[in-house]
Design a protein around this ligand. Structure first.
Ligand code: SF4
Length: 490
């Protein structure tokens, strides 16, 4: 059997798509190459937002050329946003690439690989609009107990630093019934936590004319038996409406955690970014969320050094960070992205100034996050246990997982307690706060869950764990490195 390897770059949407690419290949009879082995088929699921994304791809392709030269029948495929942007120029620059496919036709991969093999010729197929919804394709998920569920693809916004709309197209929404059917099927397989995914998740419904569709979807998830945790990423402040806040507050399994990109705290920079909201509106949303869910953990994305940003503008960003008291933030140094309006803007900020502002922002945000984490010390929290080791120190061995507010918790396990499995839930008391995690060295109880059973099945009898891929980086342990320029999905 031919083996395969999928290399994923960029945002959660690419993580979701890579689960489909693995499902497609396994359905076509390929098996995953053991860690460290040279695969017969290597698939790159690329990102176009990351700085020097191109150099990274061509560097990796360059490394594979000699491997392919000495491994007859090996195939290389390139998909994702960079393939959608660069199209056939990829095979011009790297003629040893066999297949190039885009963001709208990931379902074509197996057929294109076969066509390239039979014709002994590279195949390039890029569509300008969505072929089939990736969610309808077979999948091999990263985790047995946590899953991504895409509710829409594409984006109708036109943020000037972002290339996503030109590569993923205008927003297309899945029917609510299809989303719920997928959620119910996942829960039946043992999944306990789902993350609803979209470039701009809360404009969900715009395509079928229901602007309250996202709030309704959250409430509908509330009635799925066995689904304990519902999260979503990423909302856009412009479309963040009161009905969504009410749905979050009134639906018990919707988690009190919200990731809402700010990008800048300066109205003139937000205008230049074409973000279509201003700082007061953003702060009002934070205020309303906190009024409805006082313990909600709010995180964000911020770009420093956007063209034309003055010291005064930057002070505006620091001021919003002080007021918003984020539990965490993905912070980005602005860098030019070819093909975006911002690339051509005047007043590009000098690198040393960007670096200096970046360091000041990170220092302030870490201080805020630490203060917020210190308020949790002494509280009892419920943690969904993740795969992998927790933070150890000389005296204590810890496991780790995510609390309901998505904070990372490392918890100590008394020697006499049987270790919980990934997917099980533990109750622990927080004893220490750091800027980016909590330690909980007072142990409460373990609740063994169907998700823990599903994880155990996926370890003991992988064949009996449909849709689960062992050993992949797990959700909940460490967020995938965010792409620069703020497009973290939305
Ligand atoms: S930053 Fe997000 S909301 Fe803006 S265009 Fe890109 S994907 Fe859409």
């Amino acid at each position: 059997m031919r083996t395969y390897e999928v290399r994923t770059y960029g945002c959660q949407m690419n993580v979701h798509d890579s689960e489909r690419l693995r499902g497609l290949l396994e359905d076509a009879g390929y098996v995953r190459a053991p860690e460290g082995d040279e695969a017969d088929v290597v698939v790159f699921n690329t990102c176009a937002v990351r700085e020097n994304a191109d150099n990274k791809l061509y560097g990796n392709l360059g490394h594979l050329a000699p491997v392919k030269a000495r491994k007859p029948g090996m195939q290389i495929a390139v998909g994702g946003c960079l393939a959608q942007k660069d199209k056939a120029s990829i095979v011009r620059k790297a003629p040893w690439v066999d297949v190039v496919f885009g963001t709208h036709n990931i379902g074509s991969l197996p057929v294109l690989l076969e066509r390239a093999r039979v014709a002994e010729e590279s195949q390039v197929e890029i569509l300008e609009s969505l072929d089939v919804f990736p969610s309808t394709l077979p999948t091999r998920r990263e985790s047995a107990y946590s899953a991504w569920v895409s509710v829409s693809v594409g984006c109708n916004n036109t943020c000037t630093f972002c290339i996503v709309p030109s590569l993923r197209g205008r927003e297309k929404d899945r029917r609510p019934g299809d989303v719920l059917a997928e959620v119910e099927a996942l829960v039946a397989e043992g999944v306990l936590e789902v993350t609803l995914l979209g470039q701009n998740v809360n404009s969900y419904g715009v395509e079928f004319g229901d602007r309250f569709a996202f709030g309704k979807l959250l409430r509908a998830c509330g009635s799925v038996e066995g689904l304990e945790r519902v999260r979503f990423t990423s909302p856009h402040p412009r479309d963040f409406t009161a009905d969504v806040i009410e749905a979050m507050a009134e639906t018990p399994n919707v988690m009190p955690s919200l990731h809402m990109p700010l990008q800048s705290g300066s109205d003139s920079v937000l205008k230049a970014m074409r973000r279509s909201y201003r700082r007061d509106r953003y702060l009002k949303i934070i205020e309303d969320v906190r009024a409805a869910m006082p313990d909600a953990a709010i995180t964000t994305d911020i770009i420093v050094g956007f063209p034309g940003e003055t010291e005064e503008d930057f002070q505006g960003t620091l001021d919003v960070v002080r007021q918003a008291r984020f539990a965490g933030a993905f912070t980005f140094q602005y860098s030019k992205r070819p093909g975006t309006p911002a690339e051509l803007m005047e007043d590009q900020v000098p690198r040393d100034v960007v670096q200096d502002r970046y360091e000041r922002l990170v220092a302030l945000q870490d201080e805020m996050a630490w203060d917020e984490n210190k308020k949790i010390v002494g509280r009892t929290v419920e943690v969904l246990v993740a795969e992998g080791e927790g933070r150890k120190d000389a005296a204590t061995h810890r496991l780790s997982g995510r609390a309901r507010d998505n904070r990372l918790v490392h918890f100590a396990l008394p020697a006499e307690v049987e270790a919980p499995r990934p997917g099980d839930v533990v109750t622990v008391e927080v004893t220490y706060a750091a800027p980016h995690h909590l330690n909980a060295d007072v142990f409460g109880a373990v609740r063994r869950t169907r998700a823990g059973d599903a994880w155990q099945r996926s370890v003991e009898a992988p064949a009996d764990a449909p849709g689960v891929m062992l050993g992949m980086p797990t959700i909940g342990a460490k967020p995938l490195e965010p792409a620069t320029n703020g497009c973290q999905v939305g």
